[in-house]
Write a protein that binds this ligand. Sequence first.
Ligand SMILES: Cc1ncc(COP(=O)(O)O)c(C=O)c1O
Length: 360
Amino acid sequence: MSTAQKLLRDDLREFAGYPSARSQAVQGEVWLNANESPEAALTDACGALRRYPDPQPQSLRRALASLYGVDANHLLVTRGSDEGIDLLLRAFCAPGRGAIVTAPPVFGMYAVCARLHATRVVEVPARDNESGLHSDLDAMAEAALRERARLVFVCNPGNPTGEAIPAVAIKTLAERLRGKALLVVDAAYAEFADTDDCVALLDATDNVVILRTLSKAHALAAARIGSVIAAPEVIAMLQRCQAPYPLAQPAVEAALSALAPDALARTRRAAGQVRDERERLRQRLQGVAGVRRVYPSQGNFLLVRFRDAQAAFDALLAAGIVVRDMRATPGLQDALRISIGTPEQNTRVVSILAGARQAA
Ligand SMILES: Cc1ncc(COP(=O)(O)O)c(C=O)c1O
């Protein structure tokens, strides 16, 4: 029995999900089976919005699968990776029972989705040493096995840590968890990393689930298009827990345009520029007097500790620049997270922080 079959909620084993009108494999010319309007809205020039969208448009599924180098049956298109996280909780953790493992400081939605599901969050704090903030994968494995966690979330590259976890370490963790837990690798920022090879993990064991998104490098955050990549049986389990029509048609069209060859070439160039700017900003921030530490980052952001984070935040805000205040996060009471902007924006950030030196 595969890891996913063992872990699927008992009460969902016979659950087929909602049989939406669009999921039925029937052909016809006049569609009177979904209580849609017979006329297009006045503002809907091409009439494409009158009907419910395809729950999993094959064209988009195939384009995303080709982008990530997997077969289409290994991929579920979701309403952003946020929905992927939620579906994993729904399918594998019975409400009020079970646990997940996370390595804070980390993206907050794993804990939020768990909380909404009354699932326990077992936190294994990342270790802070001279080379950066690092998830403690050994301790995460031990916690997962001890607490019988069903899902272990690894954010790679890490948000906000910026860490990159070597594929071999993730593979070892997956092998330790095999048969006991699914290992979810959130690769939202993989396009900005030195290596983007997490998909190879799928061949290693049956318990790896990868999350990808068009929100970051592909500049489509408002379209809400994410992907869950996993064994086909995991994809089928998650799809049964998904809303009937998760993907709005205009978002599907925006995603397809963003996946055309010329758009992809532009995305790669833009990600390259972000990487260059990340290094330039990191070096320049290290020279600013009020800056205590700039963590290495494989994402499109830098985590920065300040002597006076409030003064730094206020100085940037006074100039109209909003950065992420991390000070409520345990262990990051002096930190801000700064997304990499355009070269001009990054230069402004440095000169404002350098000017705020006296206060900071
Ligand atoms: C690590 C990580 N995963 C997932 C997401 C959410 O991505 P999406 O926009 O696809 O829901 C974010 C957003 O900031 C993130 O930082």
